[in-house]
Each structure stands twice: as C-alpha cells, then as structure tokens.
Design a binder for this molecule. Structure first.
Ligand code: G3I
Length: 462
C-alpha cells in the first residue's frame, strides 16, 4: 500500500449510494500491478474460485498467490462436500483452501450454506419439517465451524426461478416460503461477524423479472429486520445471457436498499478486445458503486473454468495474461468510490412494520395431544425437532412447553411461536399448523445455545 500514499482522496457525495458519503479514490501515478493490490487501493477485494485439487499445481498457485486477495472454494464448502452423511461433517478439502488463503492473507467467501443443488443423497430425499431442521442444522454447524475465518457467506444460493419472478421449486422451498429468512437467521446466530449474502445468477439486468423478484425479497427482509447484508450477483455472461447496459443501475438499486453488493462468480465468454472491454465495464460498474465490495472471477485459467470452451477467464490455459486481464487491471487502477465505513450493515435500517398476521390459538389445558423431542447437540448449541401428535380427537390449536437446562437459550424457532427463551419455554402453533387431525402429527423446531432439552415435553391442545 505504500506506493499508494500519493493517491488523491476526493470527498464526494454519493447521492445514489444509499444516501451516504463516499470517498472517490483517483488513480495514482504508480498504479498497482496485480488485481488484488489494485482492488485493495479502493478498499475492495479481487478474488477467484479455487479448487482444492489444484493447489498442487504450481502454475495455478503461482497466479493465485500473486494476483488475488480473496478466494471462494468452488465446490468444497457445498452441502454434499461438508455433510456427506447427515450430521457427519467433513471440512478437509475446504480447510485446504481456507488454510492456504489465511496463510496468504486472503479473505475467504463461504459458498454456500443452503442450496437446492449439490445436496447429498440423504438431503435430496428429505422434505418438510425434517428437511427444514436438517437445513438449519447444516447452516449452523458449517457457519459455526468457520466463524472468524469466512468474511462473507452465500447463505442461500439460487432460490428464484429463471423466469416469471417466483421462487424456484425445490425440496427446500416446499418446507415453506420462510425457509430463506430462517437460513439467514440461523447464519447470523452462528457467525454474527460475517456478512450474509443472497447469491444468484441472471439478476444482472435490472428489467428482468428475476432481478425484480430478488430485489423485492431483499427490500422485504430489510423492512422486517431479517438479517441480510449483501446481494451476490454471480454474473456469468455469455451470448445467451449478456452483460446488460443497465448493470450499474442494478448494483446501485440493490445498494440503495442498505445492503452491500458483491460480484461473486464473474466469467465472460468470448475473446480478444470484445471480451476485454466487457470485463472493464463490469469493473468500472463495481467501482462506481460505493457498496460494491469486490469481484470474484470463477476460476483462474480458461482451462479451470466450468465453461472452459467459452474461454471466459483472465488467464489462458498456460497461465498467460489475456487482454481481458490487462483491461481488468487498468479499470481497477482507474479508481472508484468506496464506503468509508467499510462495515456491513448488520442492523436493519428500517424499523419492522410487519407484525405476525395470526396470533396463536390459546390451548385448553388437558385436551388431547402429546409431544416428543429429538435434539442434535454439539458443543455450545443444538437444534431441536418437536413432534406434536393429536390424540383420539382432532385439535384446533396446541402449545408445547419444554424446560431448558440452566444456561440454555432459544435463539430462533420455526413452525411455532415461542414465549420466553430460557427455563420453561412455551411454543404455540402458528396460523397454518394449529389444526391436527386425530392421530396425526405436525413438527416444529428451534435452535438454541447451550444444552438442549431432554425431558418429555408437555402438550396442551384445544
Ligand atoms: O470431482 C469429480 C470427478 O472425480 C469426476 O470424475 C467427475 C465426473 O463428472 O466429476 C467431478 O466433480 C465435478 C465437480 O464440479 C468438480 O469438477 C462435478 O461432476 C460437477 O458437477 C461440478 O460442477 C460444479 C458445479 O458448480 C455444480 O453445480 C462446478 O465445478 C462449479 O464451478 C459450479 O459452480 C456453480 C456455483 O456453485 C453456483 N453458481 C453456478 C456455478 C456454475 O455452475
């Protein structure tokens, strides 16, 4: 950074950038010569996806260590990689990348805690409350494991349909529309210091229905205080999904909601000066938005790409810099606006205006239901799944009381509304699961710190 001391700092009002002040960092006489150093001069990172099995390739590692100051494990933190059997967590390959990054002083983006794809077999066949519980357990365990090492998590990946502006159908979506916010809450509890992102592709063009749908969700989350800090735009560009002229508008509009934006999986199919010019445009767009924290390209050499035939990256198969590299570096060196606070917006900027639409039914003590609890315990925390079963008659409302051991506390619940968080905690049905047919069951769950409950819960029905 010392060569940057002569950098001129010009204070400008960033009118479009969430109404905050931003610093404009003008180019210096002695521009940085690597992607990471140049991005760092405006407070940003420049990262790449990394595959653990390439860390023994000296050309690959040479470029990685020279050029980049952030990494995203390409596949090694995904659900199938980290929890291949339920509740058996494996971090070996992810750790190879994380340890390399830490040793090199690079940031680590965590990708990804909840996703419809790359689920292990046991999760693919799950549905409903059991899946919801397993998903939250996964989010909690993985985020907890990397607490303090991962600066940003892709908490939820690709949850919206490609067209039409709705959610993508998946087993996770079928657990209830609130699965995304439940995942974010669990991630915040597990790793309060990490920036939490929603990440998706084809949300680059401001006019597309998918972009609007994600924007509407993020706005709703900010309004209701759901803990979201960031939107990740994957930005895989090719002839079928080209870089849109309104990309900067999209970045600005997301940022104006009070979240950061990150370009998370950039690759641009093509070659020569056309490809180079598009890379430069993307970089300039990010630099123009104070809350655009950084850019990650999805691989190092063209031959490392998931779309290798489209030669979409910055280095050729031999590791030589392409025209796209030079254009990217030059654009980074042209300076940009930064958010002087540099910190994630963890607390909601808008007070919650939405209150629960239905208050739970008050149960009549003594009416027939029973409950049982199963607990997934780990050091310092747990998730509990509670099964509520109606007796010989249907019930129209229920409440379950569980007594937590001393020192334990509920941090969040799903499919039930809790009163209190410690000691004897009461969980009442919510609007959609109060009615249980005779002999049938429903499930709810909660997550907590400390030791989970062991005694049989008490159930009261109406
Ligand atoms: O490692 C095995 C190898 O042993 C086996 O012989 C071979 C046979 O198919 O498969 C290899 O695993 C492949 C793995 O990449 C490692 O190369 C998987 O089949 C393949 O499915 C997997 O693809 C990954 C893809 O996500 C899966 O969805 C890509 O590497 C990865 O770049 C890509 O990344 C995604 C982001 O996570 C989310 N956004 C889109 C992006 C591109 O698809």
């Amino acid at each position: 950074m010392s060569h940057r001391l002569r950098t001129t700092l010009t204070l400008i009002a960033a009118g479009a950038a969430a109404g905050s002040l931003a610093l404009f960092v003008a180019p210096s006489a002695d521009a940085a010569t690597t992607l990471g150093a140049s991005a760092a001069a405006t407070g940003r990172y420049f990262g790449t996806a990394v595959a653990a099995n390439k860390l023994s390739d000296s050309t690959y590692v040479g470029i990685l260590d020279r050029e980049f100051n952030a990494v995203t494990p390409e596949n090694e933190m995904k659900i199938d990689a980290t929890e291949p059997q339920q509740n058996q967590f494996t971090f070996t390959n992810a750790d190879r990348i994380v340890n390399h990054a830490i040793a090199q002083g690079m940031k680590v983006r965590g990708h990804t805690l909840a996703w419809h794809s790359q689920q292990p077999g046991w999760m693919q066949s799950m549905e409903g409350a059991a899946l919801r519980s397993a998903m939250l357990n996964h989010v909690t365990r993985v985020a907890t494991n990397y607490r303090g090492k991962v600066f940003t998590w892709d908490v939820v990946n690709e949850a919206f349909a490609d067209s039409g502006g709705g959610r993508r159908d998946s087993n996770l979506q079928r657990t209830g529309n609130d699965w995304i916010e439940a995942a974010f809450r669990a991630a915040r509890t597990a790793d309060p210091g990490a920036k939490l992102c929603y990440n998706d592709y084809n949300i680059d063009n401001w006019t597309w229905a998918k972009t609007q749908a994600v924007y509407t969700m993020v706005r709703d989350f900010k309004t209701r205080g759901v803990p979201i800090d960031c939107v990740g735009l994957q930005s895989h560009f090719n002839s079928g999904s080209p870089y849109p002229g309104n990309y900067r508008t999209t970045l600005e509009n997301f940022a104006a909601l009070g979240v950061d934006v990150q370009i998370t999986e950039l690759d641009i199919e093509g070659s020569g000066q056309t490809q180079a010019a598009t890379y430069a445009n993307v970089v300039k767009d990010c630099l123009a938005v104070a809350r655009c924290n950084g850019i990650t390209v999805w691989g190092i050499r063209d031959s490392d790409s998931w779309r290798a035939s489209g030669t979409p990256l910055l280095f050729d198969g031999s590791g030589n810099k392409k025209a796209a590299y030079t254009a990217t570096l030059d654009a980074l060196n042209s300076g940009g606006s930064t958010d002087p606070t540099g910190t994630p917006t963890v607390s909601p900027t808008v007070s919650p205006t939405v209150s629960p639409t239905a208050s739970p039914t008050t149960p009549q003590p003594g009416a027939g239901c029973s409950a049982s609890v199963t607990v997934n315990q780990w050091t310092g925390g747990f998730t509990a799944t509670v099964r509520v079963t109606a007796g010989a008659a249907a019930v129209t409302g229920w409440a379950v009381t569980l007594t937590l051991p001393s020192g334990a506390a509920v941090t969040n619940a799903w499919n039930a509304q809790n009163s209190g968080t410690t000691g004897a905690v009461r969980f009442a049905n919510v609007s959609y699961n109060g009615r249980i047919a005779a002999g049938s069951s429903t499930e709810f769950g909660f997550q907590g710190t400390g030791t989970g409950p062991s005694a049989t819960p008490a159930c009261a029905a109406s």
